[in-house]
Design a protein around this ligand. Sequence first.
Ligand SMILES: [Zn+2]
Length: 327
Amino acid sequence: MKLSRFLYIVFMMMPFIGTNSFGQNFDQIKQYKVSFSIAIKGTEKLLAIRSFANNNQKYLLLLNTETLDTKVDLAGNYNTSSLKWPKVMATFENSPYVKALQSAAAKDLQLQNAGIDHSIPKEKGIALTIDLCPSHKNLDRIIFQSVFEEFKKIEQPAPLAISVSGKWMLKHQNDLNWLKGLVQKNELDITWINHSYHHEVNNLPLTENFLLAPGTNLDVEVLENEKLMLKNGLIPSVFFRFPGLVSNQSTVDKIEFYGLIPVGSDAWLAKGQMPNSGSIVLIHGNGNEEIGVKDFIQLLKNKQIDVKNKQWLLFDLRQGLEKEFDR
Ligand SMILES: [Zn+2]
């Protein structure tokens, strides 16, 4: 290939590189709204789930209902036609997106761990999710360093998902910048999951705790957190992780009306739940779950040979669920 042609292709690809994990910092967001529309550009047919203005430009948060990828783009680049929520479900009924929503809703009566809790049953490996609940302690950087070290020859960037709360982001700018640096250096590919803004925890029973606490305003918990993610240059994924993995039927329904897929876990390591093939593994990386971090590092050690032989891989949550529901 001629050099000029190569450079042309690289140049044309530039807007797409890294758009999944982090993008520009939107620090003047106004009119941030849940608004569903079909957005078409050429052969690309996406579902817009949010609209907002920033510095007098109008933007959309866009979802590919097949691959579950999200991105932010200028609204002016698309032909849009707005949809009410039931019409979204009907229009995309055969997509992995709607099938994942239906599967998550089928378990909405559970008080804990509603939503999707495993990704790909027959594959060798796991999807790793790391929750960043509010904390006074520093990020457990060793988790991310270990993942990179272990997988750099096999999978680079290594995919993992981080569930981030607003109150964690506000307190841990250095740690957040460090994580973004790992994405920039192509060491990790991070899917950013909304983990609510305040992530309230109280002493009441689970039925009145976390997002079920009296006085919870879901608009604040969901949308203000997305705005803060965008302000920090993180592209919100289509996933939502309930604080404490606690929800009821009504909150699961409401989260889905925001267009988001609740993601649970079938292997919360600190609770002694061992991962199987296709598990969605949960550890906390906010300094408050020493045992979970220790268990995870041990798990990596135990799997060292399997990793080398590609018999134990990390799966991108989006690709895992696409495979699971694309049939
Ligand atoms: Zn949490």
